[in-house]
Design a binder for this molecule. Sequence first.
Ligand SMILES: [Zn+2]
Length: 441
Amino acid sequence: MRSKGLLRFLIVFVIILFGLAGFVGYKAGVFDDLFPDLFTRETQIVDLSESDSSNSGEADLPSPSQSDERSDLGRSNEFLAKSGVGLSLTAQQADFLPPGEVIRKWPSVNGVTEDVTGGAPKLSDFKSQANDPKPLTGAVIFLDCGHGGIDAGTVYPVYAPHEVLEKDINIEIGKRLKPMLEEMGATVIMTRDTDDFISIYYRSAMVGEYFINEAKKNVLATDPNANVSALNSYQKHFDRIYELNQDSGGGDILGGVGQSRQTRMLYDIENQFEHAIYLSLHCNFNEYYSDVGGMQVYYLDNGTLYDSVSEDVSYDMVADPLQRVYPIYQGYDDAGRQRLAELIYKETVAVVPALEVREARPILTGDYAFLRCTGIDSVLVEMGFLSNSSDRTILSAPDGQEEVARGIANGVYAYYCTGDTDDEASGEDSEAETVVEDDAG
Ligand SMILES: [Zn+2]
């Protein structure tokens, strides 16, 4: 009996000894080399700031070491001063965030400092044309009729057979609006004019492709030997987006959390072109209250994007602590976007008073992909509620469609050609209500 007790004591003693040695070894870092993955997860995340060029969205800019061949720009900050675009970039920061760090805002100043517009008209230039027969001469308007193909948008009634499909109304009104804007001298580019499915990223890529080509043309006009390799590098991303044509997962450099350096440069370049706007036409639906009606116009401002991404990140970080998060682009023209939204609402209800908003606010902010994924001023026009019988009658009748198109055209004219800032459009609520939603509408 006694030897059994001694054996038990020895076993317990040995277990304690090993436990103690293990603890001391861990504290001293003895196992770090043996099991690096076990003890260095945090270090891996922090190191991402130096390896951001391995990300797909960044892969096209030459790495600092590659650029050494052409110059002595060894360190990434200096390297970024000349990114191989032939464009100068202002202060840059590491792209990815270590865990626990507050989400970084990208500097609100325009990161691309070189003017790539080639003398394209500024917004203020249009005022002098206000009384011309073609006052919008020089304006470029991307007209985006929401949904299409298998994506009907919102429908009435909810259950088949549907009498009214949002995708049809959007294109009917878009087809009436296009000649009105052209009549005023604008160049109008429709993102779709057939009943086909075109993803939200596809639509934004069309804008990106247009302005990257403009920028390239303008840079080369100034200096035929300019290095435009980084501008050239966008095309394969646009092509990939066209090829995939998926609403989610088909975003390429336009998707993800925050905006990569390459994406921020794209938006900065687009943002320089003040003569261009993006109008997205949609119809609304309220499944609970059929008395809610009228037009609502959404825009995206910098604060709304920051709030929206912060929310995304807090979810994503819990799900995947290694999630890479880019800084948040903050270069949107808040005032211009808000003004465009307010003028379109004001001018449309002047033509169609029945579309004055009821039981809701007229001007809202929201993080919609097609507002986020372009640097030019853009708005989402919810022309009325298909769930409301008065709105539905206006939006589905040819006369009503003509009037809504005329109202929107008048709003676009006011945006370009008047100094109208329209403080009264949003009624007593001077601040637009923020609606944080993603990729809906
Ligand atoms: Zn819609």
